[in-house]
Design a protein around this ligand. Structure first.
Ligand SMILES: [Zn+2]
Length: 59
């Protein structure tokens, strides 16, 4: 089962999508506006993968 949730992107403040991936027990947050990506372990909250463009939406 996949749980999808709309969240606020911590990088640019736009709409981002958070998905729970049951297969790997990970939570993936992906922003469509700035390519921000954050993958965390659902159990420990540990960051597995993180990608933040930073320069795309400078404010
Ligand atoms: Zn963003």
């Amino acid at each position: 089962m996949q749980l999808s949730q709309v969240v606020c992107c911590p990088n640019c403040g736009s709409q981002a999508e958070r998905n729970y991936i049951a297969d790997s027990d990970q939570t993936q947050t992906q922003c469509l506006s700035c390519d921000y990506l954050l993958v965390t372990c659902a159990q420990s909250g540990k960051v597995v993968e993180a990608y933040s463009p930073g320069v795309f939406c400078h404010r």
